[in-house]
Design a protein around this ligand. Structure first.
Ligand code: ZN
Length: 80
């Protein structure tokens, strides 16, 4: 499995993407860690099942897709 250089992180009421380093051995950011997101915010990470149901930040989604070379998500491309 290739190493993706970012991680999804529930923070600030949404699911964002961050390229910050995670603590070794962890696939997610620990609760309370301030992470810088691809949409340019600094937010406190949250853990827990409910947090993963938050909305997906469209800017982070778009940038994450650019990083891995995936096509943009069609159903949210109303601005482009
Ligand atoms: Zn974001």
């Amino acid at each position: 499995m290739s190493q993706i250089p970012f991680a999804w992180v529930p923070a600030g009421g949404g699911r964002h993407v961050s390229e910050d380093r995670r603590p070794s051995g962890r696939t997610q950011f620990p609760e309370g860690q301030v992470v810088s997101t691809l949409c340019g915010q600094a937010l406190e990470a949250r853990e827990g099942e409910l947090a993963w149901l938050w909305w997906t930040c469209p800017e982070c989604d778009t940038r994450a897709r650019e990083i891995v070379g995936a096509p943009p998500r069609r159903d949210t491309e109303s601005q482009a």
